[in-house]
Write a protein that binds this ligand. Sequence first.
Ligand code: CA2
Length: 145
Amino acid sequence: MSKTIYILNGPNLNLLGQRQPEIYGRETLADVEADCRKLAEGLGFGLKLFQSNHEGVVIDTIHEARKSACGIVINPGAFTHTSVAILDALNAFDGPVIEVHISNVHKRESFRHHSYVSLRAEGVIAGLGTEGYQAAVRRIAQLVA
Ligand code: CA2
């Protein structure tokens, strides 16, 4: 079985660390990748971090993960609240899925309170800042052990 954890990020998360630090903090996605890779490797796992602004590309990467990943950490960005197609793709993945939101979506606008992805996820992390990604990697490692 693969020992690679996929971290998938949806639209606009390429801007992490460049805009709105009061909501999303100052770490970039490259910082998140470095922190999570160090953690994953210490736990005996490989890591692939991916970001796309395009729904179909996120779906294609979830399909790739069916063969190449033991678990998925996903921050679907705004697709969280809109995408049945991403939910369907995750439902075709056999391993554990942890949903991450950097901000506390429940403290924000009501349209951010509903998540299609939560219908599939083993766990949901919101409001821990970018540390949420590391918590999710730890949880995937536990679930596949
Ligand atoms: O809190 C989260 O992680 C979100 O998934 C982020 C999404 C938002 O639509 C969700 O409701 C909650 C937005 C990502 C935008 O990322 C940016 C990062 C830095 C600067 C601008 C946008």
